[in-house]
Ligand binder design. Structure first.
Ligand code: SAH
Ligand code: SF4
Length: 390
Protein backbone atom coordinates (compact mmCIF):
# COMPACT_ATOMS: atom_id res chain seq x y z
CA UNK A 1 0.00 0.00 0.00
CA UNK A 2 1.09 3.54 -0.64
CA UNK A 3 2.71 4.98 2.50
CA UNK A 4 1.05 8.32 1.91
CA UNK A 5 -2.73 8.04 2.11
CA UNK A 6 -4.85 9.67 -0.54
CA UNK A 7 -6.34 12.91 0.70
CA UNK A 8 -9.92 12.65 1.79
CA UNK A 9 -12.86 13.56 -0.33
CA UNK A 10 -13.63 16.13 2.36
CA UNK A 11 -10.54 18.10 1.54
CA UNK A 12 -11.38 18.11 -2.16
CA UNK A 13 -14.87 19.36 -1.37
CA UNK A 14 -13.48 22.10 0.83
CA UNK A 15 -11.22 23.30 -2.00
CA UNK A 16 -14.14 23.26 -4.46
CA UNK A 17 -16.45 25.13 -2.09
CA UNK A 18 -13.83 27.79 -1.37
CA UNK A 19 -13.10 28.17 -5.05
CA UNK A 20 -16.80 28.72 -5.86
CA UNK A 21 -16.73 31.89 -3.69
CA UNK A 22 -14.49 33.41 -6.34
CA UNK A 23 -16.66 32.50 -9.30
CA UNK A 24 -17.50 35.21 -11.84
CA UNK A 25 -20.76 37.13 -11.80
CA UNK A 26 -23.71 35.86 -13.87
CA UNK A 27 -22.84 35.75 -17.54
CA UNK A 28 -26.01 37.57 -18.72
CA UNK A 29 -25.57 40.85 -20.57
CA UNK A 30 -27.09 44.09 -19.29
CA UNK A 31 -29.96 43.64 -21.78
CA UNK A 32 -30.68 40.18 -20.37
CA UNK A 33 -29.30 38.18 -23.31
CA UNK A 34 -27.27 35.13 -22.36
CA UNK A 35 -23.94 34.02 -23.76
CA UNK A 36 -24.07 30.55 -25.32
CA UNK A 37 -20.29 30.11 -25.21
CA UNK A 38 -19.20 28.03 -22.23
CA UNK A 39 -22.52 26.20 -21.79
CA UNK A 40 -22.41 22.42 -21.84
CA UNK A 41 -24.59 20.61 -24.36
CA UNK A 42 -27.07 19.92 -21.54
CA UNK A 43 -27.25 23.59 -20.54
CA UNK A 44 -27.68 24.61 -24.15
CA UNK A 45 -30.53 22.07 -24.42
CA UNK A 46 -32.27 23.61 -21.40
CA UNK A 47 -31.97 27.14 -22.84
CA UNK A 48 -33.37 26.02 -26.18
CA UNK A 49 -36.18 24.00 -24.64
CA UNK A 50 -37.19 27.11 -22.67
CA UNK A 51 -37.88 28.89 -25.95
CA UNK A 52 -39.68 25.88 -27.42
CA UNK A 53 -36.86 24.51 -29.58
CA UNK A 54 -36.21 20.81 -30.13
CA UNK A 55 -33.11 18.97 -28.86
CA UNK A 56 -31.61 18.52 -32.36
CA UNK A 57 -30.89 22.24 -32.40
CA UNK A 58 -28.16 21.71 -29.82
CA UNK A 59 -26.04 19.77 -32.31
CA UNK A 60 -26.68 22.38 -34.98
CA UNK A 61 -25.73 25.34 -32.80
CA UNK A 62 -22.75 23.51 -31.34
CA UNK A 63 -21.35 23.04 -34.83
CA UNK A 64 -21.77 26.71 -35.71
CA UNK A 65 -20.34 27.98 -32.47
CA UNK A 66 -17.41 25.63 -31.90
CA UNK A 67 -16.60 24.19 -35.31
CA UNK A 68 -17.31 27.14 -37.57
CA UNK A 69 -16.50 29.84 -35.03
CA UNK A 70 -19.63 31.81 -35.93
CA UNK A 71 -20.43 34.77 -33.70
CA UNK A 72 -23.45 35.96 -35.65
CA UNK A 73 -26.67 33.97 -35.82
CA UNK A 74 -27.36 35.48 -39.27
CA UNK A 75 -24.40 33.48 -40.64
CA UNK A 76 -25.94 30.16 -39.63
CA UNK A 77 -27.16 29.11 -43.05
CA UNK A 78 -28.72 25.84 -41.88
CA UNK A 79 -31.05 27.74 -39.54
CA UNK A 80 -34.11 29.52 -40.96
CA UNK A 81 -34.23 33.31 -40.69
CA UNK A 82 -37.09 33.50 -38.12
CA UNK A 83 -35.20 31.25 -35.73
CA UNK A 84 -31.95 33.14 -36.31
CA UNK A 85 -33.78 36.29 -35.24
CA UNK A 86 -35.38 34.63 -32.24
CA UNK A 87 -31.98 33.40 -31.08
CA UNK A 88 -30.37 36.82 -31.56
CA UNK A 89 -33.04 38.40 -29.38
CA UNK A 90 -32.21 36.12 -26.47
CA UNK A 91 -28.61 35.08 -26.86
CA UNK A 92 -25.15 36.15 -27.93
CA UNK A 93 -22.06 34.17 -28.93
CA UNK A 94 -19.53 36.12 -26.95
CA UNK A 95 -15.81 36.66 -26.97
CA UNK A 96 -13.58 38.39 -24.47
CA UNK A 97 -12.54 41.80 -25.73
CA UNK A 98 -8.89 41.86 -26.93
CA UNK A 99 -8.01 45.32 -25.59
CA UNK A 100 -4.27 45.00 -26.28
CA UNK A 101 -2.62 42.59 -28.73
CA UNK A 102 1.19 42.56 -28.98
CA UNK A 103 3.37 40.43 -31.22
CA UNK A 104 6.94 39.66 -30.19
CA UNK A 105 9.95 39.69 -32.50
CA UNK A 106 9.86 35.87 -32.14
CA UNK A 107 6.18 35.83 -33.30
CA UNK A 108 4.76 35.06 -29.86
CA UNK A 109 1.51 36.98 -29.50
CA UNK A 110 0.08 38.22 -26.23
CA UNK A 111 -3.56 39.23 -25.74
CA UNK A 112 -4.89 41.30 -22.90
CA UNK A 113 -8.52 40.26 -22.68
CA UNK A 114 -11.20 42.26 -20.91
CA UNK A 115 -14.22 40.36 -19.68
CA UNK A 116 -17.79 41.58 -19.29
CA UNK A 117 -17.29 42.91 -15.76
CA UNK A 118 -14.14 44.80 -16.76
CA UNK A 119 -11.64 42.36 -15.23
CA UNK A 120 -8.67 41.41 -17.36
CA UNK A 121 -6.35 38.46 -17.96
CA UNK A 122 -3.64 37.61 -20.45
CA UNK A 123 -3.39 34.83 -23.03
CA UNK A 124 -0.32 33.97 -25.10
CA UNK A 125 0.02 32.18 -28.44
CA UNK A 126 3.44 30.56 -28.80
CA UNK A 127 4.19 29.32 -32.32
CA UNK A 128 6.46 26.30 -32.55
CA UNK A 129 9.46 27.39 -34.64
CA UNK A 130 9.94 23.84 -35.96
CA UNK A 131 6.36 23.12 -36.89
CA UNK A 132 3.46 24.81 -38.50
CA UNK A 133 1.54 25.01 -35.25
CA UNK A 134 1.73 26.23 -31.71
CA UNK A 135 0.30 26.38 -28.23
CA UNK A 136 -2.21 28.74 -26.69
CA UNK A 137 -1.31 29.51 -23.08
CA UNK A 138 -4.56 30.13 -21.24
CA UNK A 139 -5.25 31.84 -17.92
CA UNK A 140 -7.55 30.23 -15.39
CA UNK A 141 -7.82 33.05 -12.83
CA UNK A 142 -7.42 36.81 -12.61
CA UNK A 143 -4.44 36.93 -10.25
CA UNK A 144 -3.50 33.98 -8.05
CA UNK A 145 -3.95 33.06 -4.39
CA UNK A 146 -0.51 31.50 -4.29
CA UNK A 147 2.53 33.67 -4.18
CA UNK A 148 5.43 31.80 -5.67
CA UNK A 149 8.41 34.04 -5.13
CA UNK A 150 9.65 34.07 -8.73
CA UNK A 151 6.27 34.64 -10.42
CA UNK A 152 4.86 38.02 -11.44
CA UNK A 153 1.25 36.74 -11.37
CA UNK A 154 1.87 35.77 -7.76
CA UNK A 155 2.18 39.46 -6.85
CA UNK A 156 -1.39 40.07 -8.00
CA UNK A 157 -3.94 39.06 -5.37
CA UNK A 158 -6.64 36.75 -6.65
CA UNK A 159 -9.41 38.89 -8.09
CA UNK A 160 -11.64 36.05 -9.21
CA UNK A 161 -11.85 32.77 -11.06
CA UNK A 162 -12.43 32.82 -14.77
CA UNK A 163 -15.68 31.16 -15.79
CA UNK A 164 -15.92 28.43 -18.44
CA UNK A 165 -17.08 30.98 -21.09
CA UNK A 166 -14.00 33.08 -20.38
CA UNK A 167 -11.61 30.13 -20.48
CA UNK A 168 -13.01 28.71 -23.73
CA UNK A 169 -13.39 32.30 -24.98
CA UNK A 170 -9.64 32.97 -24.71
CA UNK A 171 -8.94 30.10 -27.10
CA UNK A 172 -11.73 31.09 -29.49
CA UNK A 173 -10.67 34.74 -29.56
CA UNK A 174 -7.06 33.69 -30.23
CA UNK A 175 -8.35 31.62 -33.15
CA UNK A 176 -10.28 34.65 -34.40
CA UNK A 177 -7.05 36.61 -34.36
CA UNK A 178 -5.41 34.09 -36.70
CA UNK A 179 -8.51 33.56 -38.86
CA UNK A 180 -8.33 29.92 -37.90
CA UNK A 181 -11.88 28.81 -38.37
CA UNK A 182 -12.75 26.68 -41.40
CA UNK A 183 -12.97 28.51 -44.67
CA UNK A 184 -16.21 28.20 -46.65
CA UNK A 185 -14.41 25.59 -48.79
CA UNK A 186 -14.01 23.46 -45.69
CA UNK A 187 -10.25 23.75 -45.34
CA UNK A 188 -9.35 24.05 -41.70
CA UNK A 189 -5.95 25.49 -40.97
CA UNK A 190 -4.86 24.63 -37.47
CA UNK A 191 -1.97 26.62 -36.12
CA UNK A 192 -3.59 26.83 -32.71
CA UNK A 193 -3.66 23.14 -31.98
CA UNK A 194 -2.52 22.81 -28.37
CA UNK A 195 -3.65 24.28 -25.07
CA UNK A 196 -1.40 24.76 -22.09
CA UNK A 197 -3.11 25.85 -18.88
CA UNK A 198 -0.04 27.80 -17.84
CA UNK A 199 -1.23 31.38 -17.86
CA UNK A 200 -2.36 33.40 -14.88
CA UNK A 201 -3.69 31.50 -11.88
CA UNK A 202 -3.72 28.00 -10.45
CA UNK A 203 -6.07 25.86 -12.57
CA UNK A 204 -6.65 23.32 -9.79
CA UNK A 205 -7.98 26.08 -7.53
CA UNK A 206 -10.58 26.76 -10.20
CA UNK A 207 -11.23 23.15 -11.06
CA UNK A 208 -14.97 23.27 -11.80
CA UNK A 209 -14.69 26.00 -14.43
CA UNK A 210 -11.49 24.63 -15.93
CA UNK A 211 -12.99 21.13 -16.18
CA UNK A 212 -16.14 22.43 -17.83
CA UNK A 213 -14.13 24.50 -20.30
CA UNK A 214 -11.84 21.60 -21.20
CA UNK A 215 -14.81 19.27 -21.70
CA UNK A 216 -16.21 21.78 -24.21
CA UNK A 217 -12.86 22.17 -25.94
CA UNK A 218 -12.43 18.38 -26.23
CA UNK A 219 -15.91 17.78 -27.70
CA UNK A 220 -15.27 16.08 -31.05
CA UNK A 221 -18.05 17.94 -32.88
CA UNK A 222 -16.64 21.32 -31.97
CA UNK A 223 -13.10 22.47 -31.31
CA UNK A 224 -12.20 18.81 -30.94
CA UNK A 225 -8.79 19.00 -29.27
CA UNK A 226 -7.77 15.62 -27.92
CA UNK A 227 -6.80 15.38 -24.26
CA UNK A 228 -3.26 14.69 -25.42
CA UNK A 229 -3.12 18.20 -26.83
CA UNK A 230 -3.97 19.79 -23.49
CA UNK A 231 -1.52 20.23 -20.62
CA UNK A 232 -2.55 21.41 -17.18
CA UNK A 233 0.17 22.90 -15.04
CA UNK A 234 -0.20 22.91 -11.27
CA UNK A 235 1.94 24.21 -8.46
CA UNK A 236 0.92 21.05 -6.61
CA UNK A 237 -2.69 21.08 -5.38
CA UNK A 238 -2.39 17.41 -4.47
CA UNK A 239 -6.05 16.60 -3.62
CA UNK A 240 -7.25 17.86 -7.01
CA UNK A 241 -4.60 16.09 -9.09
CA UNK A 242 -6.25 12.66 -8.88
CA UNK A 243 -9.57 14.14 -9.83
CA UNK A 244 -8.20 16.02 -12.84
CA UNK A 245 -6.47 12.86 -14.01
CA UNK A 246 -9.54 10.68 -13.64
CA UNK A 247 -12.08 13.11 -15.07
CA UNK A 248 -10.16 15.00 -17.74
CA UNK A 249 -7.18 12.78 -18.49
CA UNK A 250 -5.16 15.71 -19.80
CA UNK A 251 -1.37 15.86 -19.67
CA UNK A 252 0.03 16.95 -16.35
CA UNK A 253 2.82 19.43 -15.69
CA UNK A 254 4.02 19.98 -12.14
CA UNK A 255 5.87 23.10 -11.04
CA UNK A 256 8.54 21.53 -8.88
CA UNK A 257 11.34 24.14 -8.88
CA UNK A 258 13.11 22.84 -5.77
CA UNK A 259 14.19 19.43 -4.49
CA UNK A 260 14.15 20.04 -0.74
CA UNK A 261 11.11 20.97 1.30
CA UNK A 262 13.10 23.74 2.93
CA UNK A 263 13.70 25.55 -0.35
CA UNK A 264 10.36 24.66 -1.93
CA UNK A 265 8.53 26.00 1.15
CA UNK A 266 10.13 29.31 0.34
CA UNK A 267 9.82 29.35 -3.46
CA UNK A 268 6.40 27.70 -3.78
CA UNK A 269 4.68 28.36 -0.44
CA UNK A 270 1.93 25.82 -1.23
CA UNK A 271 4.62 23.25 -0.41
CA UNK A 272 3.99 23.90 3.29
CA UNK A 273 0.55 22.35 2.78
CA UNK A 274 1.47 19.63 0.28
CA UNK A 275 5.15 18.80 0.65
CA UNK A 276 7.34 17.19 -1.98
CA UNK A 277 6.72 13.59 -0.84
CA UNK A 278 2.94 14.01 -1.15
CA UNK A 279 3.34 15.72 -4.51
CA UNK A 280 5.51 12.93 -5.90
CA UNK A 281 3.08 10.31 -4.55
CA UNK A 282 0.22 12.10 -6.34
CA UNK A 283 2.28 12.03 -9.54
CA UNK A 284 2.81 8.29 -9.12
CA UNK A 285 -0.96 7.85 -8.84
CA UNK A 286 -1.75 10.17 -11.75
CA UNK A 287 -4.00 8.15 -14.04
CA UNK A 288 -2.91 7.50 -17.59
CA UNK A 289 0.73 8.46 -17.26
CA UNK A 290 3.10 6.17 -19.12
CA UNK A 291 6.34 6.35 -21.04
CA UNK A 292 4.37 7.49 -24.03
CA UNK A 293 2.65 10.08 -21.87
CA UNK A 294 5.06 11.44 -19.36
CA UNK A 295 4.50 13.92 -16.54
CA UNK A 296 6.41 17.15 -17.10
CA UNK A 297 8.27 18.62 -14.15
CA UNK A 298 8.86 22.33 -14.57
CA UNK A 299 12.03 23.64 -12.99
CA UNK A 300 12.79 27.35 -13.07
CA UNK A 301 16.56 27.97 -13.11
CA UNK A 302 17.44 30.53 -10.44
CA UNK A 303 21.05 31.60 -10.19
CA UNK A 304 22.70 30.40 -7.00
CA UNK A 305 19.40 29.15 -5.57
CA UNK A 306 18.45 25.79 -7.10
CA UNK A 307 20.97 25.17 -9.90
CA UNK A 308 23.81 23.11 -8.38
CA UNK A 309 24.96 19.62 -9.37
CA UNK A 310 23.62 18.35 -6.05
CA UNK A 311 20.18 19.78 -6.91
CA UNK A 312 20.26 17.99 -10.27
CA UNK A 313 21.19 14.68 -8.63
CA UNK A 314 18.48 15.01 -5.98
CA UNK A 315 15.96 15.78 -8.74
CA UNK A 316 16.88 12.53 -10.45
CA UNK A 317 16.44 10.62 -7.20
CA UNK A 318 13.05 12.20 -6.53
CA UNK A 319 11.48 11.41 -9.87
CA UNK A 320 13.18 8.04 -10.42
CA UNK A 321 10.66 5.45 -11.52
CA UNK A 322 8.15 8.00 -12.75
CA UNK A 323 7.42 8.38 -16.46
CA UNK A 324 8.76 11.92 -16.41
CA UNK A 325 10.54 14.62 -18.31
CA UNK A 326 11.92 17.87 -16.97
CA UNK A 327 11.46 21.28 -18.55
CA UNK A 328 14.26 23.58 -17.49
CA UNK A 329 12.94 27.15 -17.65
CA UNK A 330 15.52 29.93 -17.41
CA UNK A 331 14.04 32.44 -14.96
CA UNK A 332 12.19 35.26 -16.71
CA UNK A 333 12.69 38.53 -14.85
CA UNK A 334 9.94 41.09 -14.22
CA UNK A 335 9.96 44.53 -12.62
CA UNK A 336 10.90 44.12 -8.97
CA UNK A 337 11.79 40.43 -9.18
CA UNK A 338 14.48 39.37 -6.76
CA UNK A 339 16.14 36.54 -8.67
CA UNK A 340 18.59 36.20 -11.52
CA UNK A 341 18.60 33.68 -14.33
CA UNK A 342 21.16 30.89 -13.94
CA UNK A 343 24.15 31.26 -16.22
CA UNK A 344 23.95 29.36 -19.52
CA UNK A 345 26.84 27.19 -18.29
CA UNK A 346 24.97 26.27 -15.10
CA UNK A 347 21.82 25.49 -17.09
CA UNK A 348 23.65 23.20 -19.51
CA UNK A 349 25.51 21.41 -16.70
CA UNK A 350 22.23 20.80 -14.90
CA UNK A 351 20.58 19.60 -18.11
CA UNK A 352 23.49 17.26 -18.87
CA UNK A 353 23.35 15.61 -15.44
CA UNK A 354 19.61 14.98 -15.73
CA UNK A 355 19.86 13.83 -19.37
CA UNK A 356 22.72 11.47 -18.50
CA UNK A 357 20.41 9.78 -16.01
CA UNK A 358 18.09 8.94 -18.91
CA UNK A 359 15.54 11.67 -18.18
CA UNK A 360 14.84 14.07 -20.99
CA UNK A 361 15.54 17.63 -19.79
CA UNK A 362 15.15 20.19 -22.56
CA UNK A 363 15.99 23.80 -21.82
CA UNK A 364 13.05 26.00 -22.72
CA UNK A 365 14.00 28.92 -24.92
CA UNK A 366 12.32 31.99 -23.42
CA UNK A 367 9.57 33.18 -25.73
CA UNK A 368 8.04 36.62 -25.96
CA UNK A 369 10.22 38.23 -23.27
CA UNK A 370 10.21 41.56 -25.17
CA UNK A 371 6.46 41.85 -24.65
CA UNK A 372 6.45 40.28 -21.15
CA UNK A 373 4.71 37.19 -22.46
CA UNK A 374 7.13 34.57 -21.14
CA UNK A 375 6.39 32.10 -18.30
CA UNK A 376 5.72 33.90 -15.07
CA UNK A 377 5.62 37.41 -16.56
CA UNK A 378 1.86 37.76 -16.90
CA UNK A 379 0.00 40.24 -14.75
CA UNK A 380 -2.91 42.68 -15.23
CA UNK A 381 -4.15 45.81 -13.49
CA UNK A 382 -7.31 44.09 -12.22
CA UNK A 383 -7.85 44.35 -8.50
CA UNK A 384 -10.30 42.87 -6.08
CA UNK A 385 -12.68 45.63 -5.15
CA UNK A 386 -14.07 44.70 -1.77
CA UNK A 387 -11.36 44.31 0.83
CA UNK A 388 -13.64 42.21 3.01
CA UNK A 389 -14.69 39.88 0.21
CA UNK A 390 -14.10 36.16 0.85
N1 SAH B 1 -0.16 28.17 -11.60
C1 SAH B 1 0.30 27.12 -12.41
C2 SAH B 1 0.36 27.46 -13.88
C3 SAH B 1 0.87 28.82 -14.29
S1 SAH B 1 2.56 29.20 -14.21
C4 SAH B 1 1.66 26.65 -11.93
O1 SAH B 1 2.24 27.31 -11.10
O2 SAH B 1 2.07 25.59 -12.38
C5 SAH B 1 3.36 28.34 -15.54
C6 SAH B 1 4.82 28.00 -15.22
O3 SAH B 1 5.68 29.15 -15.22
C7 SAH B 1 4.97 27.37 -13.85
O4 SAH B 1 5.83 26.28 -13.88
C8 SAH B 1 5.59 28.49 -13.08
O5 SAH B 1 6.24 28.04 -11.94
C9 SAH B 1 6.54 29.10 -14.10
N2 SAH B 1 7.03 30.42 -13.75
C10 SAH B 1 6.46 31.32 -12.92
N3 SAH B 1 7.22 32.44 -12.85
C11 SAH B 1 8.28 32.24 -13.66
C12 SAH B 1 9.41 33.07 -14.05
N4 SAH B 1 9.54 34.28 -13.59
N5 SAH B 1 10.30 32.54 -14.91
C13 SAH B 1 10.13 31.30 -15.41
N6 SAH B 1 9.09 30.50 -15.11
C14 SAH B 1 8.18 30.96 -14.24
FE1 SF4 C 1 0.26 31.20 -9.08
FE2 SF4 C 1 1.54 29.47 -10.71
FE3 SF4 C 1 2.48 31.97 -10.37
FE4 SF4 C 1 2.65 30.20 -8.37
S1 SF4 C 1 3.66 30.07 -10.38
S2 SF4 C 1 1.96 32.34 -8.20
S3 SF4 C 1 0.73 29.05 -8.63
S4 SF4 C 1 0.52 31.39 -11.29
Amino acid sequence: MNAIPDLTQGERERILAKSALFDPPDAALADGRRDLVGMTREELGVELAAIGEKPFRVKQLWHWIYHQGATDFARMSSIARPLQEKLAERFVIGRPDPVVVQTSTDETRKFLFRFRDGQEAETVYIPDPQEDRGAVCISSQVGCTLSCRFCHTGTQTLVRNLGAPEIVGQFMAARDSYGEWPSPKGETPRLLSTIVLMGMGEPLYNYANVAKAMTIVMDGEGIGLSRRRITLSTSGVVPMMDRAGAELGVNLAVSLHAVTNELRDELVPLNRKYPIEELIAACKRYPGSSNARRITFEYVMLKGINDTDADARELIRLIAGLPAKVNLIPFNPWPGSRYETSTPAAVSRFARIVNDAGISAPVRTPRGRDISAACGQLKTESRRERANAP
